[in-house]
Design a protein around this ligand. Structure first.
Ligand code: ZN
Ligand code: ZN
Ligand code: ZN
Length: 413
């Protein structure tokens, strides 16, 4: 994986390492934190319901700002909040707190140990890690430019503004920022080693430019189309409004890149055009990042205990399970970009598959052959559900900007 990020809305549901995405803390902390935030979300939701319901008086065929943004935003936060409004959190606040601070231990939870939490070396409250190794790697690769903690050298205020905008509009911007931070940091490293080697670099001369291109290489593998050109037109947007929709997406990216520039750049290394390409790359190449929840494993374990033990354990665990509700097992969800996977071409009869195994408890993805592959044969994966009909496949692939001409498609024309 080159860059990955947990969805902002999912951060409320589970606490994972910001670098490898494995669950951290303890089963108690995961449950307690979720119940705590759930209660907080409920009380906030009640306050905002009145404000947001008055915003829907636009004409059908008009793309209002509000409507437009909602297709690409994190509004699912609100939706998921509204689905739990009926649940009443019966667990007293003190109990939730003692779950979170380690005062209360749940039965059998020792069998599901999680790595303890390592804070961000820059001192921000946003990122947490499973190990010193992950914390340091993340800091070196991206986070030192994006950290809002006291120990970071970045323009904290500006970074916060950028993050706020991304959270309110589309968290794909956070992933793009990581890709840009990665490139800048790598460029700086290359430049400093190069300086030692050559002792001559004046400003942005040819050798600096080639170093920048070198730093940029892993990202450029996925470089295809600009975001506003490749984003799929949402179903409820009439094609007569396509142009204005794409224009608004472009404006959204423009605002975001301005904010990001203020946050981390002193020079204009990245234009709107390049930014658009980076986000476009995520739009076309991203792989969902999913990590299964150990909380689910824990409750399944309790459920599978022999009768007597189960009864005993459930006296303690049942109220928590009830309070968590149906989606007690929410997994870690996000988006990630895997350079190797992103340079594989599509085929409707692919010879390989990119996926995550059930036993994978971190953000890694695996590419496996689905049939024997001859030496020299191109490795292909399917970008879409290959069970669909020829017409449906071509329609979906049009969003990626090509007509598929794989063996199967040629046969089916
Ligand atoms: Zn980790
Ligand atoms: Zn930080
Ligand atoms: Zn095909």
């Amino acid at each position: 994986m080159l860059v990955g990020a947990q969805h902002s809305s999912n951060k409320l549901d589970c606490l994972v390492c910001s670098h490898c995405f494995c669950y951290i803390g303890s089963i108690e902390l995961q449950i307690g934190r979720r119940l705590y935030l759930q209660a907080l979300r409920l009380s906030r939701h009640k306050e905002t319901t009145f404000e947001s319901s008055s915003d829907h008086s636009e004409e059908d065929c008009q793309v209002s700002d509000e409507d437009n943004n909602s297709h690409v935003t994190n509004l699912d936060k609100l939706q998921s909040a509204s689905s739990d409004t009926n649940e009443i959190n019966l667990i007293p606040k003190e109990i939730i707190e003692s779950l979170m601070n380690g005062g209360l231990a749940l039965p059998y939870s020792k069998q599901f140990p999680l790595p303890s939490i390592i804070p961000c070396p820059g001192g921000c409250e946003e990122e947490h890690y499973c190990s010193k190794l992950c914390a340091e790697a993340d800091w070196d690769l991206y986070h030192s430019l994006l950290c809002t903690g006291k120990g970071s050298s970045s323009h904290t205020e500006a970074v916060l503004k950028f993050i706020e905008h991304a959270n309110a509009t589309n968290d794909i911007f956070l992933l793009a920022a990581k890709a840009i931070a990665f490139t800048i940091l790598k460029y700086r490293k290359l430049k400093s080693t190069n300086l030692i080697d050559q002792k001559r670099v004046n400003g942005m001369d040819d050798s600096s430019f080639s170093l920048l291109m070198e730093a940029w290489k892993p990202i450029s593998m996925g470089f295809k189309k600009r975001w506003w050109d490749c984003i799929a037109l949402p179903d409820d947007i009439d094609s007569c409004n396509e142009e204005s929709f794409r224009m608004q997406i472009k404006e959204l990216a423009f605002t975001s890149v301005q904010l990001l520039r203020e946050a981390i750049f002193d020079k204009e290394l990245f234009s709107l055009d390049i930014y658009g390409h980076i986000i476009g790359m995520f739009e076309l190449n991203n792989l969902d990042l999913v990590v299964a929840s150990p909380v689910e494993d824990y409750f399944i374990h309790i459920d599978d205990l022999p009768c007597l033990q189960k009864e005993e354990a459930e006296k303690v665990t049942r109220p928590f399970l009830d309070a968590l509700g149906d989606d007690y097992s929410v997994c870690c969800q996000g988006t990630a970009f895997f350079p190797l996977q992103s340079c594989m071409n599509h085929s409707c009869c692919p010879n390989a598959k990119a996926f995550k195994r059930d036993e994978d408890r971190d953000g890694q993805a695996t590419i496996v052959a689905v049939r024997p592959i001859r030496k020299g044969e191109e490795i292909t994966i399917s970008y879409i559900d290959e069970e669909l009909s020829y017409e449906e496949r071509q329609a979906l692939l049009a969003d990626y900007g090509f007509r598929c001409q794989c063996k199967r498609c040629i046969e089916q024309v």
